[in-house]
Write a protein that binds this ligand. Sequence first.
Ligand code: SF4
Ligand code: FES
Length: 701
Amino acid sequence: MIKCKINNISYEFKPNLTIMQACSSLNIDIPRFCYHERLSIAGNCRMCLVEVKNSPKPVASCAMPLMNNMEIFTNTLSVKKAREGILEFLLANHPLDCPICDQGSECDLQDQAMVYGSDRGRFYEVKRAVEDKECGPLVKTVMTRCIHCTRCIRFTTEIAGLPVFGLTGRGGAMEVGTYVDNVINSELSGNIIDLCPVGALTSKPFAFTARAWELNGVDSVDVFDALGSNIKLDCRGSDVMRVLPRVNDLINEEWISDKVRFSYDGYKRQRLLSPMLNKNGKLEECGWMDIVSVFKSNLIKNNAQKGDVIGYLGDTVDLDTTVVFKDFLLSLNNNAIFKTNYQGVVDFRSDYLFNMPLNAIEQVDLCLIIGSNVKLDSPVLNARLRKHFVQNNTLVVTIGATTSLTYNTYHLGNSLKILLQIIEGKHWFCNRLVKTKMPLIIFGSGFLSDQVSVNFLKLIKDWLKLLSTVNLNVKTCSLNLLPLNASFVGSLDIGFQQVLTIKSKSKTRLIYALDNLKPLYKKREGDFIIYQGHHGHNVLNKADIVLPGSMFHEKDGYYINLLGMTQKGRFVSKPLGLAREDWKIFVFLMVELFKSVTFNNIIATNLVLKSYINNSKQKALFLRKRVNELTPFVENEMFVSDINFLTLTKYSKRIYKLNNTISLNRVTNYYMTDTITESSVIMAACSDKFVLEGSNYLQSF
Ligand code: SF4
Ligand code: FES
């Protein structure tokens, strides 16, 4: 332990702390601009100066390691004078434009000048001016306000892996910018807006639309990928004005992707405002009771009772809605078929989760990524992987994706045969694999969306278990799926899994698409399609009925992320026009169609979902009962059978056709992946600027 005195009081600290970290652990406030917990230490703003006994000058506490018998003073006259001096220098060139600055009320310089600054200035010279930089459609720059803290430079270099920012010039000519004219082509670029302590980098779409003190923050969850990053929707009235991250060390730390941060302008564009019926190929608005009479008509009854009833689930649907949707379809037809994007085995919960906790990634010493471009599939997760892989110089090999993930990767090829060779122990990579202690093996969307590859998963599960037995060093070797959609784990948890065989030979099909456009593209003769969703689309006129539902911020909804953690997105505003919360639509239809049915499941649904959160004994029992009602999934560890290489090889050759290649990745245009982002003008601008020929990796400038 390190013994030292802070402000004349003796303390003991664990080793390897800086003075600032030690003081922060005691709640002693030290002002700072350049220091950030998640970035490397730069020590260039000097705002954190403290006095250390026997040191001739004040020292920067963020960069100075704590040493034995140090005597530190954080509130002496010389410290106060030093801070005043630093602020005076910073303000010498900082423009006094707070009334028109978007950082107003959230500016560290404003706050610290109030607390630590002098009450008068002595600077009568002309302030220097710096030309603004064009950084693309998301980040607005006013570089005259920059105080050279270098947080943005460190973020882009260390976290985003895109070293576009840097410092040029010396002294008064020093500037932060892109060395050559360049946009910030990263899926995480919006985070530099949060990091900039002054108004030099602000949000371009948010510029001059609202002041921070007018906004109310509502906690929510990112539904644009499966990670479930924690977000805050800043609203004025019922309008979402901006989206910011919330800190959650287990998931997103404090970063979010540009897609969730900037697609909020799509929340109100192209919305479905009333129910619609298709009359001769044209959708016409109608009332809710008109919909009921169509439902009662023979056409739907016939389709529902004699034909197939197929439910398609969308990517952003919450748990509540999925449960009710499933019950509704079953009440239409007991043999209803459910379709999701996933066709794999879901016997156990661990079969479809990312089983390694994200804070264990720092121990990973080898990574194998199969069929995923993690940078586009989950940019925040990729940033987390990057941080540890670069720090520890981890070997990362990929099968399927050749694109840059912002860290060094070794591409093994695109064929499933390579995977089988690895499983059979016939590939050079196996030598590395058996020497690892903590391998991370990720199966991404390119792998999961393909039926032949997904058949492999059973074999892979056996292989992972075998690997743990063969390699005694290995601490854990888990199956880690990286799906694309927020509804993936939740829907599988409650048994909304893909049914592969359609038993009925009927040609008529009643298709209920909940926020999923796929069946509209594949409409066959004899299909009757009901589409329920929140945004319009040019294929909607293929639907026979269109029902206006709600978006994720228009209802309280639970989402289970890829790690299996349940999170709640909260209600911000009512659905627009005649649109209603999705579960209410199903209840309404059930009540109108089957008057004799008592729809107790609604109560069950809420209780089930709450039990995930509260985890109280009684509710957990209820959860199990309800889950068992809905699905055969058992949350027990899989029984490990004895297998050896010989049986494994025979088994694999017998069952699997190996001509398939693993697709590169499913996301081609990162900025437009669903109806919300397709309706967003900001996302359209990003798509225009950053995406060329369907690839995010070809430079568009
Ligand atoms: S632009 Fe902002 S974050 Fe970047 S160096 Fe300047 S003040 Fe710091
Ligand atoms: S916070 Fe220590 S030098 Fe900037």
